[in-house]
Design a binder for this molecule. Structure first.
Ligand SMILES: [Zn+2]
Length: 412
């Protein structure tokens, strides 16, 4: 029998099992933890100065005890988050500035990286999340002298006690280049037990589309760690060009060609030889890609955001509604096309992108979808099953979670 759950309240929404695919570790720190870590680092070292009232409340808490202390700390954390959100939402430059100057300085030691990862998972548990892909760019955590491997080990350590399946997503960044992409791709291969996804993130306006160097790295990852998924931030701030669409359609073809060429090299082919194959294939075939004629509007390549226009095809979309409002991509939640895309039958999934600046947990996103678009249990089941099928979890985990989801939301 179909189970209808109407007007689910905060507690009910939290208790429902959820799958999250798109969440940036460096955008989801707890404000209270940030203040604690900044205190030991030295508040005066922050490039963007802390507001006086935040520091005053936080310091006052130091001389208090018990409930007073807890209350003052919570108050300082809330004011600090308001300040960060207000600052970040003024412009894209401010948004990046808030991450670079206030968040990343706290993510440069193994202990902090492990703690921040553990806390993100604890918050996810309280939010009802039962499977999560968590993304970050390891190269942003080497400023304090850590190697990329040390960064990976610290984050992996933070996932060890997770009660639900968790896979890491490693992000190459649009303003980087093929040299860094190769390093990140190598981490995807080396840590493939923990890393489920290779992504391209950062400013789509400044460096738009499917970048050539990233395509090479994506092919390389798929050849050496075939179970790894590939995602790309697209349709977030820009509409992809015809060439981008052609490249999306042609990705499987490029991969087939590269795999066939790599097979000819035999088992002795090392990573450098595979990298050369990926480079050759992209260099040779890229110029003709804009003329590609294929109906392959699906494929394994997943899209981060992907909410603009109507050309997404049947690709999985990692939609982050509140994030798009906070960064000024849509005027309000009610104006977000997530409901239209979902009703049109596109493969929509719902995500928070980062809880620090959006000030929402996933259950809050769900409540907004219920409030603005009348989403019911059937809608939430659909987006969760889509997320699960498209995720990088193992078949066994997927089968178990499918049953968990159907039991909780009812069988449509
Ligand atoms: Zn993102």
């Amino acid at each position: 029998m179909r189970k209808h759950i109407t007007n689910m309240g905060k507690r009910k929404m939290r208790s429902l099992p959820k799958i999250m695919l798109h969440e940036h570790l460096d955008c989801s720190l707890r404000p209270r933890t940030m203040l604690e870590l900044w205190e030991s680092l030295g508040f005066e070292k922050a490039k963007i100065a802390f507001p006086a009232d935040v520091l005053e409340t936080w310091r006052r808490a130091g001389s208090e005890s018990g409930t007073d202390r807890r209350r003052s700390r919570a108050q300082a954390a809330a004011s600090y988050q308001k300040f960060l959100v207000g600052f970040a939402s003024q412009s894209l430059a401010n948004y990046v500035g808030a991450i670079v100057d206030h968040v990343l300085p706290l993510m440069q030691t193994p202990a902090n990286l492990t703690r921040i990862t553990e806390e993100r998972i604890d918050d996810a548990i309280a939010d009802g999340i039962v499977g999560m892909e968590l993304r970050f760019a390891p190269q942003l955590h080497t400023w304090g002298g850590l190697s990329l491997e040390q960064v990976m080990d610290a984050v992996v350590a933070g996932t060890r006690t997770s009660p639900f399946p968790i896979k890491l997503t490693l992000c190459a960044l649009r303003h980087e280049n093929g040299d860094m992409a190769r390093k990140i791709a190598d981490l995807c291969v080396k840590y493939q037990r923990h890393v489920g996804v290779f992504d391209l993130a950062a400013d789509e306006k400044a460096n738009p589309g499917l970048l050539k160097w990233w395509l090479k790295a994506a092919l390389y990852v798929k050849m050496l760690a075939p179970k790894t998924h590939v995602t790309i931030h697209l349709w977030e701030t820009d509409e992809p060009t015809d060439l981008d669409i052609a490249l999306l359609r042609g990705f499987e073809g490029l991969l087939n060609e590269a795999t066939a060429r790599a097979a000819k090299l035999g088992d002795s082919a090392d990573a450098d030889a595979i990298w050369s194959v990926a480079e050759q294939v992209v260099e040779e075939l890229y110029p003709g890609m804009s003329h590609i004629h294929t109906d392959a509007d699906s494929g394994s390549l997943r899209i981060g955001h992907g909410f603009r226009g109507n050309r997404q095809g049947n690709r999985l979309l990692e939609v982050c509604p509140t994030s798009n409002v906070v960064t000024g991509q849509v005027a309000s939640f009610a104006d977000h096309p997530v409901d239209r895309l979902h009703r049109e039958g596109k493969r929509v999934t719902v995500n928070t992108d980062g809880t620090l600046f959006t000030e929402v947990q996933l259950s809050d996103e769900y409540r907004k979808l219920q409030e603005h678009f009348g989403w019911t249990a059937a809608d939430f089941l659909k987006v969760n099953l889509t997320a699960l099928e498209g995720s990088s979890f193992s078949q066994r985990e997927k089968a178990r979670l499918r049953a968990v989801l159907k039991r909780a939301y009812g069988r449509p």
